[in-house]
Design a protein around this ligand. Sequence first.
Ligand code: NI
Length: 136
Amino acid sequence: MKKASVHRKEHFNAAHRLHNPLLTDEENRELYGKCNNPNFHGHNYELVVKVTGPIDEKTGYVADTKILSNIIKEHVTDRFDHKNLNLDVEEFKTLNPTTENVAVVIYETLRGKLPAELDLKIYLYETERNFVEYPA
Ligand code: NI
């Protein structure tokens, strides 16, 4: 059986603040720089969802990108887009919304919605130059 990877690219805009309550305000400013701004700030996130699996003989697909897109939209981008991640998204009320942690939350959200035989990988771009791959 031949395997292939299918990538679906999505986009969302969201605000966040990086802050660790266990550190002092000064340590937080030093560690997170502008991302520690008390009144939040926004990013244009680019999300690439990669699924790998066998090419189905009947459909010729690994995954139907329309279905994949709908799953991402319903469970991720509709929940994150134009939101304040810290205040509006349950998972980040107690989790610092670094690019790494946002990628983990997206992975865990989608993992349960996709067929188990598909391998899943998340690429999340916080800026054009900075992106995270999860799992590593
Ligand atoms: Ni930031």
